[in-house]
Design a binder for this molecule. Structure first.
Ligand code: SDX
Length: 383
């Protein structure tokens, strides 16, 4: 087989055949298993959508109840994982804490019974159930407090916010948060999902698959952008400062966080919904000055870069929602990870159904027939 042309970043190169989600970057369309994300955001919940993504169909009431109660049952984490987390430095980034503890889950559960549907379902339930608990636990522990146990009376998103803030959130805040998770759940073959697939293709355990994906999501060009957006809005500080700030970024070829996308060349449909959610929260909980700055940033960036297909992406408005819910900025990406576990697991299952280990080739650009030079004859090279 002759090697194809090398495309940096595999831009537009299909790395999989998948029925899980569909994106049209020109029209700004996102569908999960063929259902428009706008409709799911209005009518569904994160867990129901996770079920849809992973098992390929909307659950019956009975299937959904069973799924939800299994997840409630598995929310607790082993005390040894909690004890391990107590050794993490408070200054550590929550994404590093999450990647470490996600991998540690694999120490406790039998590995690689990948041909057993029961094992697959248990792994799906355990990861969806325990990842939020681990994110909340590290948050409380890094403040010097004991983590609090999940409350089985509360639904998925309400329970997470309860474990994180030690207060039961109001229903609007919990619903807005749940829709945020739904919007972040899946997005075809993005970098972290691709990591998950490559790791899954070696037939390792699902905990290693998720740990690999968490590490990839952490980067500022991917899931880490939502945290950087808030830093940028704080740096800008006033509406008057938006235009000079953006012009300076463009003049110095600095990436404007929360904008641009490998696939979307129009506004990310998730950004539109997140903006509406932010406005709903502000009505309920009071206005946010950063929102005015964000609107001005979006206007100026669209004016300057819209013609190049650079528009707001999912990370631009999500931070404003989380900030209003009093979630610390460095937890924005772990929350992205909580949601994207659904997509990673959906692709993990799909990969197993027709697996072939990923092993691409390369275009060799080095030398041949080089001599071995004795150490005393060598000259200092570049590092
Ligand atoms: C996510 O893939 C997914 O689906 C990801 C995601 C998901 O749900 O999983 O949607 C989540 O990761 C959203 C993206 C979050 N990242 C950011 O907001 C960081 C800022 N964005 C950029 O770094 C960039 O837009 C990327 C990484 C998102 C996409 O980059 P591409 O497709 O590789 O585009 P590129 O880097 O080749 O840029 C093309 C040109 C460049 O200019 P030239 O060098 O050709 O002159 O566009 C410019 C870039 O400089 N450009 C930007 C820009 N994004 C691209 N210029 C300023 N600000 C930006 N944000």
């Amino acid at each position: 087989m002759t090697a194809c042309e090398y495309i940096p970043g595999l831009e537009n190169v299909p790395a999989a055949q998948s029925a899980i989600s569909y994106v049209d970057g020109q029209k700004g369309i996102l569908e999960y298993r063929g259902i428009a994300v706008e409709e799911l955001a209005q009518k569904s919940t994160f867990l129901e959508t996770a079920y849809l993504l992973i098992w390929g169909h909307l659950p019956t009431a009975e299937e959904l109840n069973a799924f939800e109660s299994d997840i409630r049952y598995h929310r607790r984490i082993k005390y040894r994982i909690r004890d391990m987390m107590k050794c993490f430095p408070e200054s550590g980034h929550p994404m590093d804490a999450l990647q470490t503890s996600a991998a540690a889950l694999g120490l406790f559960y039998s590995r690689r019974a990948l041909n057993d549907p029961q094992y697959i379902r248990q792994a799906v339930v355990r990861l969806l159930a325990k990842i939020p608990t681990m994110v909340a636990a590290f948050q409380l522990m890094r403040k010097g407090n004991d983590p609090i146990q999940p409350n089985d009376e509360l639904d998925y998103s309400t329970n997470f916010l309860y474990m994180l803030t030690e207060r039961v959130p109001d229903t609007i805040a919990a619903r807005v948060f749940d829709v945020c998770l739904l919007l972040h759940a899946e997005h075809t073959i993005n970098a972290s999902t691709f990591s998950a697939m490559v790791t899954a293709s070696t037939m390792t355990d699902p905990y290693a698959v998720v740990a690999s994906a968490v590490g990839t999501l952490a980067g500022p060009l991917h899931g880490g952008a939502n945290e950087e957006v808030m830093t940028m809005l704080a740096e800008i500080g006033t509406i008057e400062n938006v235009r000079p700030y953006i012009e300076d970024c463009i003049a110095n070829k600095k990436r404007i966080m929360g904008f641009g996308h490998r696939v979307y060349k129009v506004k990310d449909p998730r950004a539109t919904i997140l903006q509406q959610l932010a406005e709903r929260l502000f009505e309920q909980m009071g206005h946010d000055h950063f929102y005015d700055i964000a609107l001005e940033v979006e206007k100026v960036v669209e004016e300057k870069l819209g013609h190049r297909g650079i528009y707001a992406n999912v990370d631009f408005y999500s931070g404003l929602v989380y900030g209003k819910l009093r979630i610390p900025t460095d937890l924005f990406t772990p929350i992205f990870a909580i949601a994207r576990v659904a997509g990673w697991l959906a692709h993990w299952r799909e990969q197993l159904d027709a697996n072939r280990i990923f092993r691409p080739t390369q275009i060799y650009s080095g030398n041949h027939n080089q001599p071995y030079i004795l150490i005393q004859d060598r000259v200092r090279g570049e590092e």
